[in-house]
Write a protein that binds this ligand. Structure first.
Ligand code: SF4
Length: 418
């Protein structure tokens, strides 16, 4: 890959609050060369070039600048090791932006490199200034979990959102979670740092299809897993999470239950409430759906003493192999209480991070490819950016907030079941 001779590039390096070094000058053209870190970073103005050059040390980039970074703004993260000699820091963030007055297509710009430590410092400072709290789901990347004031599953975080005195809630999870926080705390500013971090399962059901199902089953109560959009929640009798779904269904007088959208969770609940007739929606979480019996069996063969904990979003055959079926918060509790030292995890891989951190004497064995890419979209830089700008905010109509609030509040009031 070759950089254009006429490119003029400034690169600023910040490893401490005050230290900043410059690579290249506006008067010197940048040249691509695999031999210098400077030029490697200069090449960051083009996505493909960045990839090529960050790949040089044969490490996979953790993040690539947003599409069109050459012309607008983008953020990337350089993986551990790359640029260590340059930065004298193992991890850092690279922000790429062009000068305002540069014509489209030009590659001239500024690269700012900020240490992770400095980003965390800024986040902590802004949190105080804004009277903000950060809520982070257990599936978030470790660095985001580490800046969270509260970690947990949907039910935990919903309760905290409902009861907090903070003015601003930064919700690090997928969109339906941030929407739930807004519904439960409508007077607060609720920020979801990356707009596109959406749960694919929540997108599997829409209001019109649900209404049709309700019309066909007029005697049935509708239970919506919390993994649904605010619009769908506004149509249902009650919401549930994986930790209280059985309790929620048992609490209803109806003999018929429309359960949406996760068929695996619905089938799991049905085991405990055989007297009711379930009408399922055929949605699923692709992460848990893709954990199969062979994945668990393989881990068990390697670690015969390990306990198997799986999430109820898994397929019935996987649930049948488990010693325990828990929500992520239930897994946390059980790992603390159990005398076992090894645990096979049938849930999203990142769960092993928090479990390992809080139980350093125990071992947690995730299924390696159980990754929710939606949950990984929020990076530390996005958290900082959202605290700086107080955007992007969750905005919902008053009508939706009022109608979705009751089923969510009922869910919170019923409490945990695991
Ligand atoms: S893990 Fe599954 S249910 Fe959770 S956000 Fe990802 S896709 Fe949705």
């Amino acid at each position: 890959m070759q950089c254009i001779q006429s490119l003029r590039v400034l690169a600023y390096l910040t490893t401490h609050v005050t230290s900043r070094r410059t690579f290249g000058t506006p008067d010197l053209p940048a040249r691509c060369s695999p031999t210098t870190q400077t030029l490697r970073l200069c090449c960051a103005f083009k996505d493909s070039t960045l990839k090529t050059h960050l790949d040089l040390p044969r490490r996979k980039p953790v993040g690539i600048p947003a599409e069109g970074a050459a012309k607008s703004e983008g953020v990337c993260r350089v993986p551990t090791g790359i640029g260590k000699s340059l930065l004298e820091r193992p991890r850092h963030s690279v922000k790429v932006r062009t000068f305002d007055n540069i014509p489209p297509g030009s590659s001239r710009g500024v690269i700012e490199i900020t240490s992770k430590e400095k980003i965390v410092e800024k986040i902590q400072r802004l949190k105080k200034e804004r009277n903000a709290i950060i809520l982070a789901h257990n599936y978030q990347v470790p660095e985001v979990q580490d800046v969270g004031d509260y970690l947990g599953d949907s039910l935990n975080l919903s309760k905290i959102a409902a009861g907090t005195n903070a003015d601003v809630i930064v919700f690090c999870g997928v969109d339906f979670m941030a929407e739930s926080a807004k519904i439960l705390s409508p007077g607060k500013v609720v920020i979801h740092p990356v707009r596109g971090a959406s749960c694919p399962m929540a997108a599997m059901i829409d209001v019109e299809s649900l209404r049709e199902l309700q019309r066909a089953n007029p005697e049935a109560a509708t239970v919506a897993y919390v993994n649904t959009t605010a619009e769908v929640k506004a149509e249902v009798d009650i919401c549930c999470t994986s930790s209280n779904a059985v309790r929620v269904v048992k609490s209803l007088p109806n003999k018929e239950i429309i359960f949406v959208p996760d068929v695996n969770l619905g089938l799991y609940v049905q085991r405990f409430v055989p007297e009711k007739r379930f009408i399922f929606w055929r949605g699923y979480c692709h992460v848990h759906q893709n954990i199969d019996v062979e994945d668990i069996r393989e881990l068990k063969e390697k670690h015969p003493a390990a306990e198997i904990m799986v999430h109820p979003e898994c397929q019935p055959a996987v649930i049948d192999m488990a010693d325990h079926v828990y929500s992520t918060q239930g897994m946390m509790q059980h790992a603390r209480d159990s005398s076992a030292r090894k645990f096979i995890l049938g849930t999203e891989r990142e769960m092993s991070y928090r479990l390992g951190k809080e139980n350093p004497d125990k071992f947690f064995l995730p299924v390696e490819n159980a990754i929710c890419t939606a949950m990984k979209k929020i990076k530390l830089e996005d958290v900082l950016n959202s605290l700086e700008t107080l955007e992007p905010r969750i905005e919902l109509s008053q009508d939706i907030i009022e109608r979705a609030r009751l089923p969510l509040e009922k869910m919170v009031d019923i409490g945990r079941g695991d």
